[in-house]
Design a protein around this ligand. Structure first.
Ligand code: SF4
Ligand code: SF4
Length: 380
């Protein structure tokens, strides 16, 4: 193998020298869930090792869902995801990215969302609700995110959360048609210059509302704001809605009088669990709902198997026998759950598809939807 010194130096700089502490044990390769599904295994250790010599991986690089399972087990705490994203940045510079990403990037540039839907439709989910315009000034800003704003199924999550906040007397606002993508999908492509512009525009937008707290629905937006936005001047407190609801319940600011006699399980989204250690809050919420029988599914908490949607995989084709979400839905069914709960829009989309494909017909819900039900709010 010929060493490409220039590319090697670029990779080491972009990965912040994370791989330099790797001692080649191979735990990451053995841990990566793709190794069981792909004919050519996702050789994570080898990919990192070769990148240190300036040789970049090609197709396999785009399979990574950035689930962080490998990092969870790495004995040296190597920033494996950051290293893989550094490889994607180099691939982007050489314009060697999947074509599906090109369309998605144009959509974010032109309409502020990856789907290319009109910016003016972004607030349609709130049409019959009395939600404040954050541009007029608010203490609490609800950042809705792209999938939840545009997907008719996922819009129900925003409406559920909105009614929960109303019942707790939290006065909040949304940016509506002025809200734009958080940039999570852009980050996955390895694009950096446009990502920076996007972040700067969002930070300006958020600051203009005067909000002291930002609530996010998607764990991916949450991670972007916590992980990246701080470097661009965002000082506002950012919480995921599961943290907020858990807090509201513990100080009796919301009541859940309705009894729901159902067996439920909970899937830990990677970007809430492994990324931010939010494992207890969702479970505390479920514990507070009368009548619920909560069962842990296989591979919960730190061992949660990714739904397959992270790392930009939502925009790429996944072969029918390569779907982690199929495995996850079956695991829910195996523990006798009637409802599979989670707290991430990507997970909901993938699990609902898998529920039909696998024939389990598992009901899939977001935590906010079951909380709204327990409170007694009717949400359409
Ligand atoms: S698990 Fe960590 S130390 Fe082991 S090969 Fe992978 S990156 Fe290197
Ligand atoms: S982040 Fe997940 S998908 Fe990516 S290499 Fe690590 S274990 Fe595999």
């Amino acid at each position: 193998m010929t060493v490409d010194f220039e590319q090697r130096d670029e990779f080491l700089k972009m990965s912040l020298f994370e791989p330099s502490i790797c001692f080649q044990c191979g735990t990451c390769t053995a841990t990566c869930p793709w190794s069981e599904l792909l004919e050519t295994p996702m050789a994570v250790r080898k990919m990192i090792h070769q990148a240190q010599l300036g040789v970049m991986p090609k197709e396999l690089l785009w399979f990574c869902t950035t689930c962080k399972m490998c990092e969870e087990r790495c004995p040296r705490e190597v920033g494996i995801v950051k290293s893989l994203l550094a490889m994607r940045k180099i691939a982007f510079k050489k314009r060697e990215i999947p074509t599906e990403f090109e369309r998605m990037l144009w959509n974010v540039l032109e309409q502020g969302n990856p789907f290319g839907d009109s910016q003016s439709m972004r607030e349609n989910w709130a049409r019959n609700l009395d939600v404040k315009d954050a541009k007029k000034g608010v203490d609490v800003l609800l950042y809705v995110g792209c999938s939840v704003s545009y997907d008719p199924r996922l819009q129900k999550i925003a409406r559920s959360l909105s009614t929960i906040l109303d019942s707790s007397d939290i006065s909040f606002g949304i940016l509506g048609r002025n809200e734009i993508c958080c940039g999570d999908s852009v980050r996955s492509t390895g694009e950096n210059a446009f990502l920076e512009t996007l972040i700067e525009e969002n930070v300006r937008n958020f600051k203009s509302t005067g909000a002291k707290k930002i609530i996010t629905i998607s764990p991916h937006c949450f991670d972007m704001f916590i992980d990246l936005y701080k470097n661009y001047g965002l000082e506002t407190e950012v919480v995921h809605y599961t943290q907020l609801i858990s807090e509201l319940l513990s100080n009796n600011s919301i009541m859940m009088p309705n009894k729901l006699n159902k067996v439920v399980t909970y899937h830990d989204p990677c970007y809430l669990g492994r990324y931010h250690g939010i494992y207890d809050e969702p479970r505390n919420i479920l514990e507070g709902i009368k009548g619920l029988d909560f069962v842990e599914m296989k591979d919960s908490k730190e061992n949660s198997l990714c739904c397959g949607g992270g790392g930009g995989r939502m925009w790429l084709e996944t072969e029918p026998d390569h779907r982690f979400s199929d495995i996850r839905v079956k695991q829910s069914s195996e523990v006798g759950a009637e409802i599979m709960l989670t707290a991430c829009p990507y997970c909901i989309q993938n699990f609902e598809d898998s529920s039909k494909v696998t024939g389990t017909n598992m009901e899939v819900k977001d935590l906010s939807e079951i909380v709204a039900q327990a409170i007694g709010c009717s949400v359409e």
